[in-house]
Design a protein around this ligand. Structure first.
Ligand SMILES: [Fe+2]
Length: 288
């Protein structure tokens, strides 16, 4: 076989140029489509905790929700999300359920990928409705085995220099959710954060004096048909809401179910910047 010279390679290089350009144009076109699986975007939010909340001041927490590893969400996508979160070096990572969609074969790989998350105060998880439907016990076992604390109707108190922060987690509201049990024994005078997959826990959280709830479940609508914005802007579909001193953030998550696409509803990784508040609670959205 003749050895190709530099000239031959140059000729080949130029001959393939139109093909390469066409391929790049298609690549750009695909990357610009709202349905194309994109990298998640960061949503930066200041969360003002009420009362004696010095303990939480300055804490940064990343949320990852509705991963749905399975037919429509590859392991590579999950690994990308993990890399993005680690790049932000949060103090805490909050995983709000739906790690798989339906099949138990995806449990071990997704748990292993999520086990690479890094946060100095720890990685905490609650289960979603899809996790309960697939195999709650196995998902809990695999996540725990990969260094993730699964909060199933229980709480932990995170110790910081200025005092403790209560972090509670409950099972999904359609299954074995028990908020009273999760909060039992939690000191009253520390900031209280709750993880619950489904945002419908909100009114109960208000009654229990929770400061901040992190939820998912809705995927923000996942497929937002242009012209039907009113439907997607309903309370608790996505974003930050507040009632009394309790705030809730409903993440759009990163995964896809039923349909293999997202439309007009990009995947997100919220980063919460917890602040102390001495007066009325307020909140702002920050970009970047
Ligand atoms: Fe989900």
């Amino acid at each position: 076989m003749p050895i190709s010279t530099l000239d031959d390679r140059r000729k080949t290089h130029w001959a393939w140029r139109p093909v390469r350009q066409t391929r790049m144009r298609w690549g750009r076109w695909l990357a610009d489509r709202p349905t194309y699986p994109r990298l998640p975007e960061f949503s930066n939010l200041d969360i003002f905790l009420s009362g004696n909340s010095e303990q939480g001041d300055g804490l940064r927490a990343a949320q990852l929700s509705d991963v749905h590893h399975g037919l429509f969400v590859s392991l590579r996508e999950v690994e990308h999300a993990v890399e993005l979160i680690n790049y932000k070096s949060p103090d805490l990572v909050l995983l709000t359920g739906d790690f798989v969609t339906r099949s138990w074969v995806h449990i071990e790989p997704v748990a292993k990928a999520l086990g690479k998350l890094q946060a100095n105060l720890g990685v905490f998880a609650v289960l979603g409705n899809h996790d309960h439907r697939t195999d709650a016990g196995s998902i809990e076992h695999q996540l725990t085995g990969n260094g993730i604390q699964v909060l199933r109707n229980r709480h932990v108190v995170l110790q910081r220099e200025r005092g403790g922060i209560g972090l509670a987690g409950v099972d999904d509201v359609w299954y074995s959710c028990d908020l009273a049990k999760a909060l039992k024994g939690m000191p009253q005078d520390i900031p209280r954060i709750l993880l619950c997959h489904n945002p419908s826990i909100f009114l109960e959280a208000v009654r229990e004096g929770i400061d901040f709830v992190a939820s998912g479940h809705t995927h923000g609508g996942q497929v937002r048909v242009p012209g039907l914005n009113a439907m997607y802007n309903r309370p608790f579909r996505s974003g930050l809401q507040r009632l009394s001193k309790t705030q809730i953030y409903v993440s759009r998550g990163i995964g896809r179910v039923v349909l293999p696409v997202r439309l007009g509803c990009p995947p997100e990784i919220p980063i919460f910047h917890l602040r102390s508040s001495s007066g009325d609670i307020n909140y702002t959205h920050a970009s970047g």
